[in-house]
Design a protein around this ligand. Structure first.
Ligand SMILES: [Zn+2]
Length: 213
């Protein structure tokens, strides 16, 4: 059934993402803004073999997680195995012109798009860690009263309490990039005890306390 927000079946539902990609041991929900314009490939669409992954957020995020030792391979299977799940604050596929306008509003916590969504609270309560990526995602989580409506920029990434890591989209900015963002996330996980401390030479990438990888 098409939801009332955009009268279109969401890619997340078309692909059954919660059924197929929900981790056995949920550790971290990564919350992006929205899944591109209508017809765009979704994070959980199959990764094409033999050419560059056209889903840029997936390509950059998975590659950087591999580089930091959190994943063994840049695959959705390994991502799930390590306890990660990716979703969007807004599940509708919307023309980028509207997304860009809404992102501006989200910087003042006035996004219209995030208010039409109902899936977030249910997902967030099932994870220990939430990576909030981008202004619309931050606006959505603040609307739920889970983080402050902080006016600071997203660069550099910052954390709130023991659950929320807040960052810009994983891409290159002037003087700040995917490596900086993911390294900050790794440092946060390490602080919380999910990873061996920096002085420990074990780099098994196991993201969860007491759970065999
Ligand atoms: Zn929708």
């Amino acid at each position: 059934m098409a939801p009332s927000c955009c009268n279109t079946v969401h890619a997340a539902d078309r692909l059954n993402v919660e059924e197929i990609w929900w981790p056995k041991v949920p550790v971290c929900l990564i919350l992006g803004e929205s899944p591109g314009k209508p017809g765009s490939l979704h994070f959980y669409d199959p990764i094409p073999i033999g050419r560059t992954d056209p889903v840029s957020i997936r390509r950059r995020l998975l590659n950087e997680l591999v580089a930091e030792g959190l994943l063994q391979g840049a695959t959705c299977e390994d991502f799930r195995e390590r306890g990660y799940f990716f979703d969007h604050a807004v599940r509708c596929q919307i023309p980028m012109k509207i997304v860009k306008r809404d992102r501006q509003l989200a910087q003042r916590y006035q996004s219209h798009l995030v208010t039409t969504q109902s899936h977030l609270a249910r997902l967030i309560e099932r994870f220990d860690l939430i990576w909030v990526m981008g202004h619309m995602a931050r606006n959505a989580v603040a609307n739920l009263g889970l983080i402050h409506a902080d006016r600071r920029g997203l660069i550099p990434a910052y954390t709130e309490g023991r659950k929320f890591f807040i960052s810009p989209y994983v891409r290159h900015y002037r003087g700040y990039g995917p490596h900086d963002i993911v390294a900050a996330f790794v440092a946060f996980k390490r602080t919380l005890g999910y990873l061996p401390s920096a002085g420990d030479s074990r780099r098994d990438g196991n993201g969860h306390r007491g759970v065999k990888s």
